[in-house]
Design a protein. Structure first.
Length: 260
């Protein structure tokens, strides 16, 4: 077993029912000791549960992926209050600062809901400003959907669908610029890449991912140069150099491998 991904609506509350303090950190510490385990990651982390002990554990072990998915949902305190969530942009920025200081080079992912009932122009501007300042590696934006039976369905001040869609497009365009600048800094880096198989686009390319890419949800690493190897093996790890960067995806050449 070379990769483990722990998934839960809020993995950071692991062990609370057992009376454990920093239960997730304890679990990660134990799993990191599995012989042969190369990548260990978890999804998802609530911002108010990201403790110093958890960050210390992530930083301490080479086989715990330097990757954190924190679904923030919004940055406006008013919108978050209507969502029955707390905090806001200022607190979130301090959390991001703490995470990056504790785990240098960590990849951060988040997701937002745009068009929540009552989302004003100022609320949306706060979200734009936060995204610019947050500099997330990966970011998803979802349209608010008025689901019958949900608590939000009873709220007033619903936004027109075209307004919601326009706001989503604006945020994704902003993130595209942020991502492009960030990915350019990856060029020249040598990273471990998990080869996953031939690309659906063309058999001339293989697809893979690094520890900074969660399975199926982030960008791809396209491998167009096998180096001294005639072929690659799906499911094996290789050392690769990043040679090109695009808005979300990377291009790499194999340097050595497969790694034992």
């Amino acid at each position: 077993m070379q990769e483990i991904t722990l998934i839960g609506q809020d993995t950071t509350c692991y062990g609370e029912d057992l009376g454990l303090k920093d239960g997730l950190a304890l679990l990660l510490e134990a799993l990191a000791g599995i012989e042969g385990l190369r990548w260990l990651r978890f999804l998802y982390a609530y911002p108010n549960r990201i403790t110093g002990k958890l960050l210390e554990t992530i930083a301490k072990h080479d086989n715990i992926c330097k990757y954190l998915d924190v679904p923030l949902q919004h940055a406006s305190p008013e919108v978050l209050k209507r969502m029955k969530r707390g905090a806001g942009a200022d607190i979130f920025l301090k959390t991001l600062e703490k995470v990056r200081a504790a785990v240098p080079g960590i990849a951060l992912r988040t997701s937002f809901i745009v068009g929540f009932p009552g989302e004003s122009i100022r609320d949306f501007e706060l979200l734009e400003e936060f995204i610019s300042q947050g500099r997330f590696d990966w970011l998803g934006v979802f349209n608010y959907s008025d689901e019958e039976g949900s608590k939000a369905h009873a709220l007033d001040a619903k936004l027109p669908k075209r307004t919601i869609e326009a706001r989503k497009r604006k945020l994704m365009k902003l993130q595209q610029k942020i991502s492009k600048r960030a990915k350019q800094q990856w060029v020249g880096r040598q990273l471990v890449v998990l080869a996953e198989g031939e690309s659906e686009q063309t058999p001339m390319l293989w697809e893979g991912r690094t520890q900074f890419h969660a399975p199926e949800i982030d960008g791809k690493v396209y491998i167009n140069d096998f180096g001294d190897l005639e072929q690659l093996e799906a499911g094996r790890f290789y050392s690769a150099e990043i040679t090109e960067a695009h808005d979300y995806d990377l291009v790499a050449r194999i340097v050595s491998g497969p790694l034992s």
